[in-house]
Design a protein around this ligand. Structure first.
Ligand code: AMP
Ligand code: TRP
Length: 333
């Protein structure tokens, strides 16, 4: 069975973008693939995290993943820092990846902002750790949102250079991104050209998976749009980023396509359309929220499931990373 790996940062409450662009696509892979999913707290601290909040958010993210349909019995679900193989392999990859490669990463440029000198060195080598996450399991399929494609290309460059430099042809496999769905990129509700993000300073820019019905309705009502009614087909969304985004969200929630949505709602004004969208979102998210609350009411069971996940993950990653260490010369051959 092909091995799947993906990760998500516990750097805030998961958004509708995380859900539609990533988490939701992870669920069916549990039954068709050998699926491993990870809450990446090592990645989260590349930017400042309050320690108490980090611990709470890590647990909340795990609860959210289970509530969205990941089943710790059908997949391996764990916290990154619990499995030391990630950090061990990441160090080796820090010494394989070239500065020139990292300099091309657009996420670093976005996240470091204007004051690049003040960014942590972890933020800079973030993609090397991500490559280690995947390759510690020799996973070959990685379901992510569209924004992570560049990191996966870098991971392939690292794997190839490792195999070549250490004459270990074929040791690390090639990775393929799996970018799925009509909502591979959900945009901010305030600006249709920016992606919806859990770290955006404006809470109005995103739907959090924990938002209640009133908050969802209000955010959708206030979402930026243009004055024209909805077009009859996708061609009419050209140059209308905000309209395209809202149509895409309803399509993804309803399991249809943007054309399907426009066949039904074309010609409507945004007032009416936004009511339909808010109602669909509330109906879709409320059972997830109820399940999340149930899981967080029993933290001991949740933590036990995550410990078990870490043990199962380590059983796969440890031998692979030990072999990589042997290849590098840390251990006698
Ligand atoms: P992050 O929030 O950066 O930890 O991302 C976790 C996962 O969600 C990754 O697979 C991202 O590609 C995906 N993701 C994050 N934001 C969005 C978005 N606005 N639209 C679609 N996918 C997203
Ligand atoms: N960088 C990813 C993000 O911000 C999270 C991540 C870390 C990841 N390690 C990974 C995703 C390994 C896929 C595979 O979304």
């Amino acid at each position: 069975m092909q091995r799947v790996f993906s990760g998500i940062q516990p750097s805030g409450i998961p958004t509708l973008g995380n859900y539609l662009g990533a988490i939701r696509n992870w669920v069916p892979l549990q039954d068709t693939h050998d699926a491993i999913y990870c809450v990446v707290d090592l990645h989260a601290i590349t930017v400042w995290q309050d320690p108490k909040e980090l611990a709470a958010q890590t647990r909340e993210m795990a609860a959210a993943l289970i509530a969205c349909g990941l089943d710790p019995k059908r997949c391996i679900l764990f916290i990154q820092s619990h499995v030391h193989a990630h950090a061990r392999l990441a160090w080796i990859f820090n010494c394989v990846a070239r500065l020139g490669w990292l300099n091309r990463m657009t996420q670093f440029k976005d996240k470091a902002g204007k004051d690049r000198e003040a960014a942590s060195s972890g933020l800079y080598v973030y993609p090397n750790l991500m490559a280690a996450d995947i390759l510690a399991y020799k996973a070959t399929l990685v379901p992510v949102g569209d924004d992570q494609k560049q990191h996966l290309e870098l991971a392939n460059d690292i794997a190839e250079k490792f195999n070549h430099d250490f004459s270990a042809e074929g040791f690390f496999p090639r990775i393929e991104p799996l970018i799925q769905g009509v909502a591979a990129r959900v945009m901010s509700l305030r600006d249709g050209t920016k992606k919806m993000s859990k770290s955006d300073p404006s809470d109005q820019s995103r739907i959090n998976l924990t938002d209640d019905a009133d908050a969802i309705a209000l955010k959708i009502r206030r979402a930026r749009t243009d004055p024209e009614p909805l077009p009859d087909s996708v061609a009419g969304l050209e140059g209308r980023a905000e309209a395209r985004n809202l149509v895409g969200i309803l399509a993804a929630i309803g399991g249809t396509t943007p054309d399907g949505v426009l066949r039904e709602h074309g010609g409507k004004g945004f007032g009416a359309f936004k009511e339909v969208l808010a109602e669909a979102l509330v109906a879709h998210l409320s059972p997830i929220q109820a399940e999340m609350r149930r899981l967080l009411d029993d933290p001991a069971s949740l933590d036990a499931a995550l410990r078990l996940g870490a043990d199962r993950a380590a059983a796969i990653a440890d031998p692979i990373v030990t072999e990589a260490e042997r290849i590098v010369g840390f251990l006698p051959r």
